[in-house]
Design a binder for this molecule. Structure first.
Ligand code: GLN
Length: 486
């Protein structure tokens, strides 16, 4: 096996035994980036020299006997998580010159663990999108078929992991942006419970939904990454002061006695591709074979999730994005005659069409006279969705569903029809609305050789149950070992 193909836990063993150095590993991964970046366009910034310095530092740490699970491991970060002195653009023209003067809490934690930060990954602008076609920088391509979308919005993260351009990555998930690209690229991705990870230094899209999470080559790696980045942070008042278990500890525990809920609404979802449905059904069979009991549950309000999300997320975005006005930081259009014009033209030029669409929708939903009808009503239905999950989790430990209704579609296929595009999030949005953890694990390939993901969801702060089910499933199948041929 080549060095860039290693998982984090495999590389860690070799580093600990001093069979390889972090510098060798980092060089191998940088070489891989050089070889395939042209085809897939996953990175916005590759910080090679900086990464090699960090690798040298990690090698010194390891030589002195300090080898934590992420020490010396080359990772990459979605371009909306602040990295001190390294551009953080959100794939938007409006932040093209933004060099954060500080690290996000998760970045700081990775650095403290001795990880090597390779660079920053492409995304849909401000994380708004399901296909990477909304990136203000470039379109990332699916390594399994370069004509197809790799999902969105944490596209660079999923593609870089799938194409062995890093050993693991961080993304963010507001409505599916970790799970959906993970599903389309055949990697493991987790959106942890809202409040599990500090959002300090994560550029805000929709603050009541956003969560940072890991993307990795297998479930054990995903658990290792979460171990490092989870935990309460005084700098984020929505991070929750609860203990962080060792997520690697219970991976191998069996599934006997576990109840898996299959929501009856999912199989009748319009637009569910038969190949996706068949792959998920086969996965249910495998999980039953491992000793879990599958039961029928109901999430009757999930049919409103898309409508609720596309009121709440744009509303919060319109408020969060008000700060980009050309005055404080970021792009400013200097070709203007007076202040109002400067604001207007800066935002018209600085934001792409989807971001502008959402700001307009959100501003409308929050405006006096419409607030009760839209944001207020959506918040009420959100509560019903939360109640649905509470009831379902009264009967089961994990809920299982598809991640995306179809395998990866062709670039350009849905870009002119935002409503169809929004439906690609139909299975993932509810977990964000309810704040519960959700995960995508590879569970099949379509007839055209495109990866299909299985979604697992659990009660708040029950990530370890998800890891356990996912790991058992992974060990019983081979899908996580399949690689795109680039
Ligand atoms: N695709 C969804 C959207 O465009 C979700 C994005 C996300 O999770 N960041 O809003």
């Amino acid at each position: 096996m080549k060095l860039h193909q290693l998982t984090i836990h495999e590389a860690h063993e070799l580093l600990k035994q001093k069979k390889i150095s972090s510098q060798e590993l980092t060089l191998a991964v940088l070489q891989r980036i050089e070889d395939v970046e042209e085809k897939v366009d996953a990175f916005i910034t590759v910080a090679g020299d900086h990464a090699l310095q960090q690798a040298a530092e990690a090698d010194r740490l390891i030589a002195s006997g300090h080898c934590e699970p992420l020490t010396g491991i080359p990772l990459a970060i979605k371009d909306l998580i602040c990295t001190r002195g390294m551009q953080t653009s959100c794939a938007s023209r409006i932040l093209e010159n933004f060099m954060p003067p500080y690290d996000a809490t998760v970045t700081r934690k990775l650095k403290q663990a001795g990880a090597v930060i390779l660079g920053k990954l492409n995304m849909d602008e401000f994380a708004m999108g399901s296909s990477t076609e909304n990136s203000g920088v470039k379109i990332t391509r699916n390594p399994w078929d370069l004509e197809r979308i790799p999902g969105g919005s944490s596209v660079g993260s999923a593609v870089a992991v799938a194409a062995d351009m890093c050993l693991g990555a961080l993304g963010s998930d507001t409505g599916g942006s970790i799970r959906q690209p993970a599903s389309h690229c055949g990697v493991v991705g987790m959106k942890p419970t809202y409040g599990r990870i500090s959002r300090f230094g994560l550029v805000a899209f929709a603050s009541s939904l956003d969560q940072i999470g890991p993307l990795a080559k297998d479930v054990a790696d995903c658990a290792l990454l979460l171990n490092t980045i989870a935990g309460h942070d005084a700098a984020d008042s929505t991070s929750v002061p609860v203990d962080v278990p060792d997520y690697g500890a219970s991976l191998a525990d069996g599934l006997k006695g576990l109840k898996i809920g299959i929501p009856r609404e999912y199989s009748v979802t319009e637009g569910l591709d038969p190949e996706v449905e068949a792959a998920v059904n086969r996965a249910i069979g495998v999980i039953e074979g491992l000793g879990a009991e599958c039961i029928d549950v109901s999430l009757p309000h999930s049919e409103y999730a898309v409508a609720v999300y596309y009121v709440i997320a744009p509303s919060e975005a319109s408020s969060n994005l008000a700060r980009y006005d050309g005055v404080k930081y970021g792009f400013r259009n200097t070709d203007h005659s007076e202040l109002m014009n400067m604001y207007r033209t800066t935002r018209s030029i600085g934001f792409g069409p989807e971001v502008q669409r959402r700001i307009i929708i959100g501003t409308y939903c929050l405006s006096a006279g419409y607030y009760d009808a839209y944001y207020g009503k959506a918040s009420q239905v959100r509560t019903l969705i939360v109640e649905d999950f509470k009831k379902a989790f009264g009967k089961c430990d994990v809920i299982l569903s598809p991640v995306a209704p179809t395998p990866a579609f062709k670039i350009g296929e849905k870009i002119d029809d935002p409503l169809t595009m929004y439906l690609s999030d139909i299975f993932t949005l509810s977990a964000n609305l309810a704040g519960i953890p959700g995960m995508s694990v590879p569970c099949g390939l379509s007839g055209q050789g495109l990866p299909i993901g299985l979604q697992l969801m659990a009660k708040h702060f029950n990530e370890e149950t998800l890891f356990k089910v996912a790991h058992n499933f992974e060990q019983a199948t081979e899908f996580h070992k399949l690689k795109p041929s680039l």
